[in-house]
Write a protein that binds this ligand. Sequence first.
Ligand code: ZN
Length: 339
Amino acid sequence: MKERLQEIRERALEQINSTDSLEKLNEVRVSILGKKGELTEVLKGMKDVEPKDRPMVGQIVNETRQAIEEVLENARKELSEKMREIQMKAEVIDVTLPAKKNNVGHSHPNTLALEEIKKIFVGMGYEVVEGPEVEYDYYNFEALNIPANHPAKDEQDTFYINDKIVLRTQTSSVQVREMEKGKLPLRMISPGRVYRADEVDATHSPCFHQVEGLVIDENITFADLKGTLVEFAKEVFGPETKVKFRPHHFPFTEPSAEMDVSCFKCGGKGCRMCKGEGWIEILGCGMVHPHVLEMSGIDTDKYTGFAFGVGLERIALLKYEIDDMRLLYENDARFLKQF
Ligand SMILES: [Zn+2]
């Protein structure tokens, strides 16, 4: 039995020394010390040993077991260390590699212009209201005093989904929806995408953006309209900006006007920016037509209001001195990066 134990011990050490992975080491452990392991088998044979020899044999078995366990533990530690080193080497960071460039995007000129417009009007107590881009003909035209046979409703200018539904041609439809709710007074701007059957060129696109404003309250006059829009122009184009109102016609306002601002580039002397005129047309505006108010159920003896509409692209093009509207939609990162 003594020889048997010696043999087991030597073979175990040999096996342990030749293992190169923790899994194999575990296999060796099980094959010797496990329930069905060689050493365990030897212990089972203890009943055949002479009673007087048992303490001595038992001691040898224990010594063998301890010796094997010790070698096993050392081998396990060594292997773990080796594995860790291999892993560390694999994960090593080469500090001489060039850094990855972190490309952070930024807002589109349209977004920048919209944020600025919103800030100005929210500062004056306006609410920002959005509405559907696919709109009933009624909200887009009729409720805005544009009856069925009105030239402004020309099918050539509009994308129709069917007889009653269109892609909105203006965000004024959102104003009608708000007026109908009957919660007065009203101070709102409605920014958003609008659609017209326009050919693409330097100043036209079948899809562009508008910001329309509406104020309805008691005692609102044209003076309120002027005061508000003069302030807006100065905020956008600088405190020196002068404004000029020219009479115009819109079906939904009466009286109506177009507003020009003095050229912020030349101060009014005339340059390429203002095509030599010293003035730049910015927006359309007017007092809300009483018929429009009545159609939305507003008492015209008590309430009056003004409205205005500005093309978002127009402001972005002027502000950033971009001379072709198409550049805003081509999404050429080299161009957009400049703003
Ligand atoms: Zn100019």
